[in-house]
Design a protein around this ligand. Structure first.
Ligand code: GLU
Length: 479
């Protein structure tokens, strides 16, 4: 039998890291067992669902490299089918109309609260007679459809992550509401627990992998599967992603949507690699830098931890920096170029741009770090206090003059790395100036401060963009 997994996001917000991690586990396991990864958009909350969120979720999945295998299913297009199944449950006596009003429910809650009891429906309309139903309807009362839950039943399943899970019928909050309120004999819009069972069955889903916040839903859903005689899929409940305080990662933790990670300059490969380790501890992985294809070969649901997974910016940053370091230079240059374009900075040539990308790649953690670090290569930097102090205290003026004369004498030669080293060596020997002073003075002229990337390689770039001489001259004027 074909193995089929799915992600069933509700498009009520931007693609969230928790949903992305669930998608990743589903995708990895589908690949591991040679199955399919499918998408169902659960867009039946008409008030909160938006098509731009669907777009955002699908784009985010694509960006992360989590391609799906069939056209996504839209839950909202299946409402009439869900209603047919509700009708079937009504007809076989597994469900019934419940006319309890909102006020009655509030009173019940209040009463239970005062007694220190958890909220639970008292199933008061489970055995209404035809006449009673008719009387409620003629009074204009609306009704929901409730699914009967046997208080005494024990629901059991072997969770692929958590082992055996047992749930008591009495702890499920009373008979389960399957549909929203409707007037007369109508059936209102179906709710999540009903729709998810019908759709997972329709899509022939064999493995349901989702967050642990759905454990009690699974218990309810198993009862619906049984009432409809559907084959049960296997269930797996992944741990939640926690913030540094051990609480569920939420919007309050600043960055939670995949777009934000993208905008900050995280690479999709790095974010996906990091997310795989959010809850998954492989028995055998030699490195933590590992592609999704490689992970999918060794991935197993049983290697997912039960305990919550703490989100660590430090680890994500480290993984991102490793991907940047090891990226093919042309590809890296293309990615960084987008940031340069946004700033209106134009590299003098493609080769120059690639050299600059190579120069920066060891020191950037996020792609957007390239903005600050490449700024002095595009704009004349202001001289910082430390640079100013250096120019004043040392033999900087002499150093810069010697370098300038050398360049002028050679008629503005092209300085490549070899030539740059040669110039420093020669001037140092000829005029007895320390190499360190020569290089630091030059660094201040180029970068305005005493820090920055490798000076020799940078000189080659400044020479190619024909700004080395002008920067030295400008500095000399300031001394
Ligand atoms: N729409 C549900 C959610 O986003 C799906 C849960 C499930 O996978 O069944 O939480």
């Amino acid at each position: 039998m074909e193995k089929r997994l799915r992600l069933a996001p509700s498009p009520t917000g931007l693609f969230h890291i928790g949903t992305a991690r669930t998608a990743l586990f589903n995708w990895l396991y589908a690949r591991k067992i040679g199955g399919k990864f499918l998408i169902r958009i659960e867009d039946t909350d008409f008030i909160r669902s938006k098509s731009e969120y669907t777009k955002n979720i699908l784009e985010g999945l694509n960006w992360l490299g989590l391609k799906w295998d069939e056209e996504p299913v839209k839950q909202s297009e299946r409402i009439s089918i869900h209603k047919k199944y509700i009708q079937k449950l009504l007809e076989c006596g597994a469900a019934y109309r419940c006319f309890t009003t909102e006020d009655e429910i509030s009173d019940l809650r209040e009463e239970q609260k005062n007694k220190g009891l958890p909220p639970k429906h008292d199933n008061r309309h489970r055995n209404l007679s035809k006449d009673e139903i008719e009387s409620f309807i003629s009074q204009g009362r609306t009704s929901v459809i409730r699914f009967k839950i046997d208080e005494k039943i024990q629901i059991k399943w072997v969770d692929q992550i958590r082992g055996e899970i047992k749930w008591q019928g009495k702890d499920l909050g009373g008979d389960l509401v399957l549909s929203r309120r409707a007037i007369g004999y109508e059936i209102g819009d179906p709710l999540y627990n009903l729709a998810v069972v019908i759709d997972d069955n329709f899509m022939n889903i064999t493995h349901v992998v989702r967050g642990e916040d759905h454990i009690s839903n699974t218990a309810k859903q198993i009862l619906i599967y049984e009432a409809l005689n559907f084959n049960l899929p296997t269930f797996s409940h992944a741990p939640l992603i926690l913030n540094s305080e051990g609480k569920k990662l939420s919007k309050r933790d600043c960055v939670t949507s995949i777009d934000e990670f993208k905008d900050m300059g995280y690479l999709p490969e790095a974010l996906a690699n990091y997310m795989a380790f959010l809850g998954w501890s492989p028995k055998s992985a030699e490195s933590e830098i590992i592609s999704l294809d490689e992970i999918s070969k060794i991935f197993d649901l049983s290697d997912i931890n039960k305990a919550g997974a703490k989100f660590s910016w430090e680890k994500l940053n480290w993984i991102n920096s490793q991907y940047i370091k090891n990226m093919e230079s042309g590809k890296l240059c293309k990615l960084i170029s987008k940031y340069w374009d946004n700033m209106g900075w134009e590299p003098p040539s493609k080769e120059w741009a690639i050299k600059l990308a190579i120069l920066l790649r060891d020191s950037i953690t996020l792609l957007k770090d390239a903005i600050d670090q490449s700024k002095p290569f595009f704009l004349i930097p202001t001289i910082q206090k430390e640079g100013q102090d250096f120019l004043e205290k040392n033999d900087s003026e002499t150093s810069l003059k010697l370098i300038l004369n050398y360049l002028n004498e050679q008629n503005a030669i092209k300085v490549d790395k070899e030539k740059a080293k040669e110039i420093i060596n020669e001037i140092s020997k000829m005029y007895n100036v320390k190499k360190g002073i020569l290089m630091k003075s030059l660094r201040v002229a180029f970068f305005g401060s005493l820090s920055g990337p490798d000076l020799i390689q940078s000189w080659e770039l400044f020479s190619e963009s024909k700004t080395d001489i002008s920067r030295i001259k400008r500095c000399l004027k300031l001394i």
